[in-house]
Write a protein that binds this ligand. Structure first.
Ligand code: ATP
Ligand code: MG
Length: 556
């Protein structure tokens, strides 16, 4: 059921209760000129979510269309079309019927334009683009009429037909709505409906050399699809009078209700396809799905789950005024999901070899432990052998104050195993520790950790019974809270250390069966996901999704 938890749901509920609509139809209308980002996820969850909720009302159906708003062929491509469909489905939504394209309405849009011309509501303007811009006026100054505004209907019909037939070069003429050059709303100052572009289109090939503008295409596409509620971001509020004007001139069409909501802005993040494209084109990231990108495919590779993104969109809610959401909220949502869904495993990211001097060289002990402390996920086996790895960061010969890990002469518990004492440090010529000689207290396996006073608990893996892995530690891509604020190039805020690649990591043997997108909590390290593209059974590659706790901004 729809709950009246925001102004859009309240409005749709009113329309259901009043009997105005027995079918609620929404749409998600991306332009295929880039990959979807987290901002789009908000719009997807709203449009698809609302249709799903509406369908649970008795006697009411709910549908959501996926429509490519593809009126700008030079910036669009099939790669983006495919990626967008993949992302929507991955988020867990399915559009109603076939995928739709605004370009499949080109003929209808053309015919409605002729209808507008014949009703004296549109005209062909032959001024140059610069002249048109100059005559449009400003926010405080009204525009002035084009000298071509009073062309006869017959002449307009003829010129528009010849524009379509390809008789004129790009920019020679445009078709404009005839509304009001003195309007306080610039969008109503005879907006351009069609322009000439001699360019092939990814869907319609060379069928057209005139292309409709977004503001003209959108209301008519909505109407043709029987959209009831056309939900868009706030920047379109000033376009709503044009949306309504066009549909008022075309009485054969139904009239959807446009409702605006605030776009999602996230701190430390850029959400503009144009800017994300720059990062890709200038190779500042690997690709659109680089795990540092705020794209849906990047977040997916990073290890975010569909549920975490949907929960995030739910939590931020909808409002009528722009705000900035803390990216820590997004991180909270994935941690919350993985805490319960990710099995535990041990991975040593920066290995330091330890030889256990009081176990035999051929010692192989299988320690059984649970995959998850609170959720039944079965057990895993931890092989313990004479040589193990611990993390370099877990040993200090001369411990700094408050150090709770292994020191020379000190004791720690090996997680899930024994208490271990460090007896000797082996160093290289440069004085770096290369190996530790340690001994286990063999009476302590499984003993209650509080039985024994040890400094701390550290994780480990067997040298011979562990797997090599590459582990990529990702951090935020930007080191400034508002990289997009405009007073400096957003690229100057790129966080140089946003990727650290560890190629010598070792993971516990139970991960031998891990496949792409499997997610784990590496104990004491954070949440990690098997990379979708670059991992193989022979050499696993893990991406750090998020740390265990929010450590951003806190000193190391
Ligand atoms: P960008 O500025 O990144 O290019 P856009 O608005 O041009 O985004 P579209 O492909 O036109 O991208 O967007 C498809 C839908 O997603 C539109 O309805 C748009 O309003 C919505 N949308 C885009 N960005 C956001 C955002 N940050 N928050 C919420 N909705 C968004
Ligand atoms: Mg857009």
């Amino acid at each position: 059921m729809i709950e009246a938890r925001d102004f859009i749901r309240t409005r749709v509920l009113t329309d259901i209760d009043s009997g105005a609509h027995a079918q609620i139809v929404t749409r998600f209308p991306p332009e295929p000129n880039g990959y979807l980002h987290i901002g789009h996820a908000k719009s997807i969850c709203l449009n698809f979510g609302l249709a799903e909720e509406a369908a649970t009302h008795p006697g009411v159906s709910g549908l959501c269309n996926l429509r490519f708003d593809d009126t700008n062929p030079e910036k669009e491509s099939q790669e983006y079309i495919d990626a967008i469909q993949r992302d929507v489905q991955w988020l867990g939504f399915q559009w109603s019927g076939e995928v739709r394209y605004a370009s499949s309405y080109f003929q209808a849009l053309h015919d409605f334009a002729v209808e507008l011309i014949q009703a004296g509501k549109a005209y062909v303007d032959s001024q140059t683009p610069e002249q048109i811009r100059e005559m449009r006026g400003t926010l405080s100054q009204p525009g002035s009429n084009s000298p071509f505004r009073d062309r006869s209907i017959a002449e307009n019909v003829d010129l528009f037909a010849r524009m379509k037939a390809g008789e004129f070069p790009d920019g020679a003429h445009v078709l404009r709505a005839k509304i009001d050059m003195g309007s306080g709303n610039i969008n109503l100052r005879d907006p351009i409906l069609y322009r000439i572009r001699h360019i092939d289109h990814h869907q319609t090939g060379s069928d057209w050399c005139i292309y409709p503008m977004y503001d003209y295409t959108h209301p008519i596409s909505d109407a043709l699809e029987g959209i009831t509620h056309s939900l868009c971001t706030l920047e379109f509020e000033a376009h709503r009078p044009l949306y309504d004007w066009l549909l008022e001139q075309l009485p054969s069409l139904p009239h959807p209700q446009q409702i605006e909501f605030a776009r999602l802005n996230l701190n430390y993040t850029v959400t503009s396809k144009r800017k994300l494209k720059q990062l890709v084109d200038e190779k500042l990231v690997q690709d659109w799905d680089d795990p540092r990108m705020p794209t849906i495919s990047g977040l997916r590779r990073r290890g975010y789950t569909p549920a975490s993104l949907r929960n995030f969109c739910d939590r931020i809610g909808l409002s009528k005024s722009d705000g900035v959401v803390d990216v820590a909220m997004l991180e909270f949502c994935i941690r919350e999901d993985l805490e319960l869904s990710a099995p535990r495993a041990m991975a040593v990211l920066r290995p330091l070899k330890v030889v256990l001097t009081n176990v035999a060289a051929d010692h192989l002990e299988i320690i059984r432990t649970v995959r998850h402390p609170n959720v039944d996920m079965g057990e895993r086996e931890l092989p313990l052998t004479q040589e193990i790895y611990i993390d370099r960061a877990d040993f200090e010969e001369v411990p700094p104050k408050g150090f709770k890990r292994l020191t020379l002469g000190g004791e720690v518990r090996l997680r899930n195993a024994y208490v271990m004492r460090c007896d000797e440090v082996i160093k290289d010529a440069a004085g770096n520790s290369t190996e530790l000689r340690c001994s286990l207290d063999l009476a302590t396996l499984g003993a209650n950790p509080t039985d024994r006073k040890v400094k701390g608990v550290i994780h480990w893996v067997s040298v011979s019974h562990s797997l090599p892995a590459t582990v990529r530690l990702y951090d935020r891509l930007f080191n400034d809270a508002s990289p997009d604020r405009g007073d400096a190039d957003f690229k100057t805020f790129i966080h140089e250390a946003s990727l650290e690649t560890l190629t010598d990591a070792r993971v516990e043997a139970s991960l031998a069966t891990a496949v792409a997108e499997d997610r784990f909590q590496f104990e004491r390290e954070g949440y990690f996901c098997v990379d979708l593209k670059e991992s193989s059974p022979a050499h696993l590659v893990f991406n750090r999704t998020v740390g265990l706790r929010d450590s951003w901004g806190k000193p190391a």
